[in-house]
Design a binder for this molecule. Sequence first.
Ligand SMILES: [Zn+2]
Length: 219
Amino acid sequence: MSWLQRLFDAFTAPSPPSMTIVEIEVRTYGRKTSLALSKFESLRASKKLCDLDFVFPMGTKKKIQPRSGGTWPTVDLYEQTCTCERFTNESTHAPRGSPKRFCRHLLVYLAHELGDAAPILSGMAEDGYSRAHSAIFEIYAGDQLLCWAGVPDSDAPFMSVYAHGRRKNDSQPPGTGNVRSYRLSMSGDRWAYGEAPYGAATIKLALAGLGIWSGGKLI
Ligand SMILES: [Zn+2]
């Protein structure tokens, strides 16, 4: 490719998704905030749309064992399709890379192929709720990836948070364990099944500051 072509491509390439950066100041003055800060006095949080439009060579196909038994559907990573009933009935028209496109079989195969290159996929595969999301954002605290947030369609009771689990030697979030899925109430301040991710207070603060979640109250 010539330098002129490269220059042309650089100018015509689509711009990366815009980053929303918020500076969150929380003043406590000895009073309790419902979003307690563990470490930060102020948090510089940002979000970026998570790109799930992975590109694979033509013919990257595999039969995947379904959780409920029965016939094994065929997943095609090049086409981003699956032959299971749910995909056929609900996902065929969802755009490539949209969370609504990914049945569990697609997620399991993608997670297997991409591994640590896309750690969120194992969390999404574990979360039977991920197809309810209209978008998934990467949430950063400063330059560090804090978690992923699955934003549901309006009026859904929960959103999903995908975050690295805590390992024994982790001294501060984010952890270094596998990505797990958690659900945060959209209207209240609680985690489903009482299971909160490592760094939950910081995560909630970032989500509230970025306008993704409003269940907590900041004073
Ligand atoms: Zn499927």
